[in-house]
Each structure stands twice: as structure tokens, then as C-alpha cells.
Design a binder for this molecule. Structure first.
Ligand code: HBI
Ligand code: FE
Length: 294
């Protein structure tokens, strides 16, 4: 991936838009077993943790079939519900390619699945992170619109050199977003919902800050890619994401150009603080130090 987010050529065997065939029939039983292990332990714990929109999507797409889902099968229902389809890619794709897919309601999902020794953590999004984590939310019409708007905004942000700010918005909503509901705090972010340990840490642990969502605040906030988040942002409902798409990003980018970044553990004036975290997990060295989470 080149530094400016624009793509070098696709890898051998991939099409110009970086998509590949899923080749569902080529998955081994061992690979299906990894999916089944991950799926069963996630779904055992997500009732009361994942938001209703996610749980409804999981059911609608019938992802509880045993084994890695065939994109051709889930796309029939997904396309009918919100016009989205899942397309297979070899892994992370360049930003401009990624945004173009989202802007056309195509979600690029890694075709590979993690190895048995990577069950709890892997750096690159695999098919479980992408399909179990991201795709159920795409069955919700409001979220589906938000994701397409994000793709359109991403292309614009690339042109304006504001990609870093927009990537933070994706990170703290689509990947690590929490939602306040009448029944309590719930997960909608794919990075949390596809991780057993972070599904516990994100909701229950006293370590991270939990702060009410504010668009510009989020776009100024740095994030961790190597361990649990030290701050989570909380929306009041999926409608909050719809309101985001109506904002004037041009004016926001103007203000961001002279704004300073906010550190992952900082609480700043104006924050609606739900949890003033202890940061004990990160201070103890986090995942690498084997700090106890949850
Ligand atoms: N590629 N396949 C894939 N999946 C992602 O989530 C992804 C990507 N490329 C870029 C990217 N995410 C982020 O850097 C964008 O949000 C900017
Ligand atoms: Fe993701």
C-alpha cells in the first residue's frame, strides 16, 4: 500500500478492483472448524452484549450455519435487505480501492481465516472479523447508508488530505463503537463483537474511558491498532450515525486543520464522560504483558 492511500497494482490473481473469487469449495474442514469454534464462543456470550441490530443481522443472514459462509448464499439475502454484497479480497486493500467498494455497497472481506493458534488475536482482518464482525450490521438500513456515505466521504477525504481524520471516525464507530440502549451499553463495532476478550473488556472493564460520541472529538482522537482501545465512544442510537452523514465535512476539515490530536487516554473539556477509566490495563503493559483483561 503506497503512502498516499492510492493503490499500486493488485496482487497476482486478483482483479483490478482487488477482488478475488471466494472459492468456498476450497476451504478445508480444519478451516471450517476454526469458524465454528469462533462462532460458537462468540454467540454464546453476545446476547446482552451485542446490539439488537447486530443480533437481527446474524439471524437474517443465517450465519449460524456450521462453517465458513458462502458469500453467494449470504449475498442473496443481504442484497435484498439493503443492496449490499460481500466481495472477497486477499486482505487489506489500498484506501482508494476500499472506499470505492464501500461507495458502491460492496464490502471487501478477507477470503482467508486465521490459524487455530491465532484464535484470540490477529492483526489483519480475516473472514471471521469481516463477515461475523461487519456484515450483520449491513442488514440495518441506517447503518448500510452510513457505510456507503463513509465510502463516498473517504474518496473526498483522500482528495483533501484528511484521510487520517476520517479513518478515526471509522475506527471509533464501525470498528469499536458502543451504543447506549434502554437495556444498557451494547456493542455495534466489528472489532469488538468479533473478539471474545474485547467484548468483555469493552463493556465491563474499568480500565478504558467511555465517552459520549462527538464527531469532531472522535476525528481528533488517536487510536491503538495493537491492543484493546483505551477509549470507546458511545452513540445514543443508530440514528446518530445517520446525523453524521448530514454534517458539512468541509467546514469540519477546516477546523481540524488547526486542531491538535487528542491522545488515546485523554479526557478533554466538553467530553460527556460515562466512564473515567483507570487505564490500569494499558499501564500494566496490556496484551503483551499478559495483563488480565475483563
Ligand atoms: N481493506 N480489506 C480491507 N479492510 C479494511 O477494513 C480496510 C482496508 N483498507 C483500508 C482500511 N480498512 C482503512 O485504512 C480505511 O478505513 C481508511
Ligand atoms: Fe474491520
Amino acid at each position: 500500500m503506497s503512502g498516499d492511500g492510492l493503490s499500486n497494482g493488485p496482487p497476482p490473481g486478483a482483479r483490478p478492483d482487488w477482488t478475488i473469487d471466494q472459492g468456498w469449495e476450497t476451504y478445508t474442514q480444519a478451516e471450517h472448524d476454526v469458524w465454528i469454534t469462533l462462532y460458537e464462543r462468540q454467540t454464546d456470550m453476545l446476547h446482552g452484549r451485542a446490539c439488537d441490530e447486530f443480533l437481527r443481522g446474524l439471524d437474517a443472514l443465517d450465519l449460524h450455519r456450521s462453517g465458513i459462509p458462502d458469500f453467494a448464499r449470504i449475498n442473496e439475502e443481504l442484497k435484498r435487505l439493503t443492496g449490499w454484497t460481500v466481495v472477497a479480497v486477499p486482505g487489506l486493500v489500498p484506501d482508494d480501492v476500499f472506499f470505492d467498494h464501500l461507495a458502491n455497497r460492496r464490502f471487501p472481506a478477507g477470503q482467508f481465516i486465521r490459524k487455530p493458534h491465532e484464535l484470540d488475536y490477529l492483526q489483519e482482518p480475516d473472514i471471521f472479523h469481516d463477515v461475523f464482525g461487519h456484515v450483520p450490521m449491513l442488514t440495518d438500513p441506517v447503518f448500510a447508508d452510513y457505510m456507503q456515505a463513509y465510502g463516498e466521504g473517504g474518496r473526498r477525504a483522500l482528495g483533501l488530505g484528511r484521510l487520517a481524520n476520517l479513518a478515526r471516525l471509522y475506527w471509533y464507530t464501525v470498528e469499536f463503537g458502543l451504543m447506549n440502549t434502554p437495556s444498557g451499553l451494547r456493542i455495534y463495532g466489528a472489532g469488538i463483537v468479533s473478539s471474545r476478550t474485547e467484548s468483555i473488556f469493552g463493556l465491563d472493564d474499568p480500565s478504558p474511558n467511555r465517552i459520549g460520541f462527538d464527531l469532531e472529538r472522535v476525528m481528533r482522537t488517536l487510536y491503538r491498532i495493537d491492543d484493546f482501545q483505551q477509549v470507546y465512544f458511545v452513540i445514543d442510537s443508530i440514528q446518530t450515525l445517520q446525523e453524521v452523514t448530514l454534517r458539512d465535512f468541509g467546514a469540519i476539515y477546516e477546523r481540524l486543520a488547526s486542531a491538535t490530536d487528542i491522545g488515546v487516554a485523554e479526557i478533554v473539556p466538553g467530553d460527556a464522560v460515562l466512564t473515567r477509566g483507570t487505564q490500569a490495563y494499558a499501564t500494566a503493559g496490556g496484551r503483551l504483558a499478559g495483563a488480565a483483561a475483563g
